[in-house]
Design a protein. Sequence first.
Length: 213
Amino acid sequence: MSRIYLASTNPGKLRELQEAAQHLAVELELLPGLKSIPPPAEDGQTFEENACIKAEYYSRFVPGERVLAEDSGLSLESLHGAPGVYSARYAAMLKDGKASNTNSSDAENNAALIAQLERLPEEKHAGKYICVIALAQDGKTLGTFQGKVAGELRTIPRGSGGFGYDPLFYFPGLGKTFAELPVEEKRRHSHRGDAFRKFFEWYRAGAHLPARD
Ligand code: IMP
């Protein structure tokens, strides 16, 4: 299978996507020079829109090559879908009362989520992670793939693995938070692993992909 460039600077996502690619023998390399490219504005209303914005934008820097990007986050029905597409900037958004362009730290976001959870009864702590992977070439999206996983959000963090909201994301199937899982076990259950498997099935079939330079 041919090479794909990965466009993400989030170390947690990179670790998980690279592990998933290795597991399925997909050649996934970090996009050359990624850190020196100014990021695009993630101003989509959905995970899918933001994944496409990133994949299309970065693919223009490597003509003829395929670029994979993803957008993901946490969503609680009892918080009307929040943090949603603002998962990375949730603390800043709650503080400023409007959408922020600056990401908050994981610790700040977790503290902001705990404060919201503490106002809700425990039976309203259900939430899900969503991940959309987009593959693009020459500024055009070739395909998008969505993965999901349901869990419960806790107010007391547990575990030191994963990233983001993982210490609060309790997965009843295993009786552990995602931060208590090694990377390969998180892949088997996570939204990102789910999206990557769907991407892989499609990519392996391959017939519908345009020719490369
Ligand atoms: P993005 O970089 O705009 O896609 O923001 C993703 C944000 O969603 C991350 O910064 C985390 O806050 C959250 N998130 C997405 N996936 C995960 C996960 O697997 N574990 C924990 N937090 C996640």
